[in-house]
Each structure stands twice: as C-alpha cells, then as structure tokens.
Design a protein around this ligand. Structure first.
Ligand SMILES: [Fe+2]
Length: 448
C-alpha cells in the first residue's frame, strides 16, 4: 500500500499525523482543574468578564482559506462550485467523576472526532475543507497542559485546518491569590490558535499538527462561497455571552461591535451578489431553550445592532456552550435565519434540567424547530452561496453515525426550503417532560 500523503499548507502547515497512534485510553495528564473552581481568584472574580487581548500587530481581522490548504483543494472547491465544512463546540474530554471514567470521557470525544476524520478521509477533496470549532476546546480553565489530551490527540487524524472561536472555559482563570490569576486569561489559546507562524505547538507533544495563525480572539474566515465571522463571548459560566461593554456595564471596549459591523459591511457586496453566505459563530448561544445555558438577550441585541448598522443579516448563527443540539428559526427583516446550538462535541451530553417547550413552539420572532437532541455529534455545512444546508449527525461510541436533523435554506430568498428531524433517530433522546408554554431561561445555575 502506498504511503498516505497528508495535507501540507502553503506556509508549511501540517495537519494529520502521518502515522497516527492508536486511541489513548488514559490521559497523559490527569485533569485536576476542577479544584480551581474553589480557588480564591475564581471565587472572587467568577462573575466578571476578562479583558480581551489585542489582535496581533499588523494582522488583518480576516483569514483566507487559500492560505491554509493547498491549491488543488481550493481548485476542487471551485470546480464543484460548493464548499463543505464541519462545526461543533465543547469537544474537550475531561469530565471524570462518579458517573464517568477517563476511558469513557476519552471515547466520547474520540467518537465525534473519528466520525469527522472519516468524513474527510472518505470524501477527499470533495469533503469537508476545514473544521470551525465553536469554543470550549479545553476544560476546565483552558490550560496548556491539557491541550494534548483534549485537542491534539483526539484530532490527530483530522487532515484539515481547525479554526476556533473561544468558549468560556478557554478563557477562564484561577489562582491562589484573589488579586491576580495564576495564568493570564487565554495564554494557551493564544499560543495554540493565534500564533504569528504555523510552528509546532509546545503543547502537542509528538502530534504533528502545527499551531493556527488566527489574528486574534475574534476574526473572520473567508472561504469560497462562505465567510464565518467568529466572535468572542467572554468567560462567564452563568449569565450568557458578553461581546461589548453593554453601555458601560462591563469594563470592555466595544471594538468587537466595530469589528462585526465592519465585517458585515466588508462582505455585503459579495453577499448581495450571491457570491458568499455569511455565518456568525459565537460560543454562548443568543437563543437556547436549555435552562442551564439560557439564551443571551444582551448578546442578541448587540449582534442585531451591528446588523442594523450594516443593513445586513447573517444566513445562520452557530453556537456551542449548551451540551446538546437545538435548532431555531428566527424571522428577522423578512428572512428566515437558523440559530443552531451544537455544544455536543464530546465533553458532555446534558439534558435540559427542566421542562422545555415542544418543537414548534413560537416565542417572539423565533420558533423551536426540533426537540433538543441530547447526543454527542457534530454539524456539517454545505453551501454554494445560493443555498445552505446544515446537518447534525450523532456520533456515539460503539454505534454507527446517524443523521438526526437537517435544514436547507434558499439564500436568495431567505427561506427554508426543506428541513426535518429524523424522528426515529431522535426517539427517546428527550428524557424530560414537556410543557406547552415556556420562556427561555436567562441565567444558569451550574457550571457547564
Ligand atoms: Fe461553554
């Protein structure tokens, strides 16, 4: 059998391991970071946002996929006149307690990662071109020492670039003093995802994948037929996502609002010419029916304010944070926009702790389209800029991958053409009782 040739990026980026090791069944570094929830710094500051580190000096706020994959892959995308990619959040294997062993935690994340690997390997240049991670890469405090077990090892066979927005766990900090964190916020994320050059990672041990060169913690990825605007919704475990000062309530500058408005304006002509779809990705969900990770009205308002200024709305909004799959349709400015939550990447599959409204419930300008799916799995998105299809597939250890839901949009009209849950596949996944009316919870009570 000829040796497998793996992808080589135009700046020397490396992705999959040429000779992947067998799946691990024990952590290289046992995760003891749960104890940091009781550290003086975390206890004092857990309800505060963290400062946003500046982007790299001189770096543009957007990336071009052509600078990350070889020309033949870009040519195949152009020839086929469509692009496919993966997205999911909350992938880190770390949760070990009386309900779950380390091998189980590792296997749950590996099942998702391996299914994504298989999509790439079986489809070749016509398959997914990249993975856009929706945040919470490493639990519980984004520490460098856990990047191997939770990121590099699980995705060591994924032969495509992995871009990432941050989740709260990637930026959370702790410390034995209440006056300063032991490690500055985002230190490991910046060195692994926002490096100046695609060098080997200090945290990857023997894994081949080079670090990512995103300009900062918020950025846009421009690819053929689609742009994904990635936001950083900060570190709050409870209380939802924060991307601005909220009129001075948080000690943040509002550069992220300027960034979002500017990116929508930059991309508007291409969007209106039918050349690219526009997706917003933000870790905390603007809409979530799950009471533990309830939708964030302030985040929604901030995003809306930028769309109003730019007079352009996204074609879809993707989030993680809630450890399940949810799909809403929001009708805004006469267009139907899917808001999808997929924090189902392997850390936990968590049923809503309280009753949720049934699929079909309309609240304000949005509708819950499917009963929440409490399974590990991931999204696959395909677009030619005229239509967009998003599917959710479940990937459970020891079981075949199953498609659970999908939606297809006509982007010229802003209308859903087709959608549907696989009811048989969903049977028995929504364990909680339902009630006829409900209001999305605004806060959370437990860490997620
Ligand atoms: Fe999260």
């Amino acid at each position: 059998m000829p040796a497998k040739t793996n992808l080589l990026g135009p700046s020397g980026q490396l992705y999959a391991d040429p000779k992947p090791t067998p799946d691990e069944n024990a952590f290289q570094v046992n995760n003891t970071s749960d104890a940091y929830y009781n550290s003086p710094y975390y206890l004092k500051h857990k309800n505060e946002v963290q400062a946003i580190p500046p982007s790299r000096t001189g770096a543009l706020p957007y990336l071009n996929l052509a600078n990350f994959v070889p020309q033949d892959l870009m040519a195949a995308i152009t020839t086929s006149e469509k692009i496919t990619f993966h997205a999911v959040g909350d992938t880190g294997a770390a949760k070990v307690d009386k309900h779950q062993t380390a091998p189980t935690a590792i296997a749950d994340e590996a099942a998702v990662a391996d299914a994504m690997d298989a999509d790439v390997q079986t489809s070749g240049v016509d398959g997914p071109a990249f993975f856009f991670h929706l945040g919470d890469v490493v639990y519980n405090f984004g520490e460098a020492q856990y990047y191997y077990d939770q990121f590099y090892e699980p995705f060591r066979e994924y032969d495509r670039p992995i871009f990432a927005i941050l989740g709260n766990h990637d930026g959370m900090v702790f410390g034995s003093s209440s006056s300063a964190p032991q490690v500055p916020t985002l230190a490991a994320f910046l060195s692994n995802f926002c490096a100046a050059a695609p060098d080997p990672s200090p945290d990857a041990m023997s894994i081949t994948r080079t670090v990512m060169t995103q300009p900062g913690v918020y950025f846009t990825l421009d690819a053929p037929y689609v742009s994904i605007i990635g936001l950083y919704s900060n570190v709050l475990d409870t209380g939802g996502g924060i991307i601005s000062s909220r009129g001075g309530h948080f000690p943040l500058v509002d550069d992220q609002l300027s960034f979002l408005t500017g990116e929508l304006q930059r991309l508007k002509a291409d969007r209106q010419a039918g050349k690219r779809a526009i997706i917003i990705a933000v870790h905390h969900p603007p809409l979530s029916i799950d009471a533990k990770t309830g939708g964030s009205g302030g985040l929604m308002k901030d995003i809306d304010s930028c769309c109003e200024k730019a007079q352009l709305w996204p074609d879809a909004v993707l989030s993680g944070h809630a450890h399940l799959y949810q799909r809403f349709t929001r009708t805004v400015n006469g267009r139907q926009v899917p808001y999808i939550v997929s924090g189902s990447g392997g850390f936990a599959a968590t049923a809503p702790p309280e009753a949720v409204p049934p699929a079909g419930t309309v609240i304000g300008d949005y509708k819950l389209e499917v009963d929440p799916i409490v399974k590990f799995g991931y999204l696959t998105l395909t677009t030619d800029a005229r239509s967009l299809t998003i599917t959710f597939k479940a990937a459970l250890r020891g079981k075949p991958v199953t498609q659970e839901d999908s939606v297809t949009l006509d982007l010229t009209q802003g209308k859903i053409l087709a959608s549907g849950a696989n009811r048989a596949a969903q049977k028995g996944t929504n364990k909680r009782p339902t009630k006829k009316t409900a209001t999305p919870a605004k806060g959370t009570k437990k860490k997620v």
